[in-house]
Design a protein around this ligand. Structure first.
Ligand SMILES: C[S@@+](CC[C@H](N)C(=O)[O-])C[C@H]1O[C@@H](n2cnc3c(N)ncnc32)[C@H](O)[C@@H]1O
Ligand code: SF4
Ligand code: SF4
Length: 364
């Protein structure tokens, strides 16, 4: 049964991938989105120094009951898809475990990014019951004092306790550590990756480049990186460190960034305003981003809303004339977007991810 579902999923992803390439060539939508991302809440109780989301107030967010209706409609339209959930801090959303349980019930695979703050042993028990299927802890450096200084509150020990708990009780949740490349972490990317894989024992590591402080308009300043205290200054050393990370990946270690992304990151840190993109931007045909109020957009930066899930069917939004107008407007955008959430996953990555889930959990 699992094998059949595996084949069904791979066939669907393959067909949709071809349709996406054709959409891009013809510049007309022929496919469904291949990446659905949800910021489930704005709120967060951390005090990170490179992200101001913790300063936001809860504002007109959908309730979990409203989200359940949206999930049903997405599932009916897309089949068994993969939902990437972030925030704010997702585990601070009231009723979040009910949301995850609903995803599991109707066959949506989930990945959640977390700062770990709310993952007490009791909360971890709920994770084991209802998911997510993939839990990514944001830990920026292998040293406690470096990570906790960046995050403004002590989160390191809570993250490690949660990972230990989950590993000790069940092997089915795929665990990852995601780190931001910045001045405080740039010299130790390999050390952090080895620590995460060998000492902490997670399945995957992922690196994210520093971007303008989230939830601010710092990015409007073309020279923002010169003024941002987290921007890595020694770019030659960073290039060499990323080279070592590439070697680690070639040696078969599970560094989750594709190799071409790592190469693009080397250029980005040398020339953040105009580095060469690794590929043309396809978000307008690959990505379905949803904010806490149910607004849908293709790209968090261009931020042109194409509809709202409180009032409209997800498919109607994707196929609307307004969506095509926004796509036409975005075409040719050459912004240096290297955040992982801006990269459409390749077919190989998508199938690799689902194979991983199939091995761990099956598709049942
Ligand atoms: C905004 S957070 C939301 C999820 C959760 N609160 C967390 O920290 O994992 C999503 C990811 O963005 C990363 N991040 C925060 N500020 C960033 C910045 N200025 N540039 C790049 N990544 C950043 C975080 O470390 C985290 O891995
Ligand atoms: S990075 Fe995550 S934990 Fe830190 S303030 Fe932003 S949303 Fe909160
Ligand atoms: S800002 Fe980046 S992700 Fe958005 S359309 Fe432009 S290149 Fe694509």
């Amino acid at each position: 049964m699992t094998l059949l579902k595996d084949i069904e999923f791979a066939a669907y992803q393959g067909t949709n991938h071809l349709a996406k390439q054709l959409s891009y060539t013809l510049d007309r939508r022929l496919n469904k989105p291949s990446q659905v991302s949800l910021l489930i809440t704005d709120i967060c109780a951390a005090r990170c120094t490179m992200c101001d989301m913790w300063k936001l107030q809860e504002n007109n967010e959908l309730s979990i009951d409203e989200w359940k209706g949206v999930l049903d409609r997405l599932r009916e339209w897309l089949g068994p898809f993969f939902l990437v959930i972030s925030g704010g801090e997702p585990f601070q959303k009231r009723g979040f475990f009910d949301f995850l349980a609903h995803c599991r019930e109707i066959g949506i695979k989930t990945k959640v990014s977390t700062n770990g703050m709310y993952l007490t042993p009791k909360a971890c028990e709920r994770v084991l019951e209802v998911g997510p299927d993939f839990l990514s802890f944001s830990i920026d450096h292998h040293a406690r004092e470096v990570h906790d200084r960046i995050r403004g509150v002590p989160l390191y020990d809570r993250c490690l306790e949660a990972i230990d708990f989950l590993k000790a009780h069940d092997e089915s949740v795929v665990l990852g550590i995601a780190s931001v490349i910045m001045e405080e972490t740039a010299r130790d990317l390999v050390a952090t990756a080895e620590w995460a894989l060998d000492e902490v024992g997670v399945d995957r590591v992922l690196f994210q480049p520093l971007y303008p402080t989230f939830a601010t308009d710092e990015g409007l300043d073309p020279g923002w990186f010169d003024r941002n205290p987290h921007w890595p200054r020694d770019t030659a050393a960073l290039r060499a460190e990323i080279e070592r990370l590439r070697a680690m990946k070639r040696a078969g270690r599970p560094v989750w960034n594709p190799d071409e992304h790592l190469v693009a990151l080397q250029h980005y840190f040398e020339d953040p305003a105009s580095h060469p993109r690794p590929d043309e931007c396809m978000v307008r045909y690959s990505t379905y981003n949803i904010d806490p109020r149910g607004d849908v957009m293709f790209c968090w930066t261009v931020d042109d809303r194409v509809g709202n899930l409180r009032h409209e069917h997800p498919r109607a939004i994707w196929e609307s004339a307004l969506a095509q107008q926004v796509r036409d407007k975005m075409k040719g955008c050459k912004a240096p977007c290297l955040l992982n959430c801006y990269r459409g996953r390749s077919l190989r990555e998508q199938v690799g991810l689902f194979k991983l889930f199939a091995e761990r959990q099956g598709f049942g």
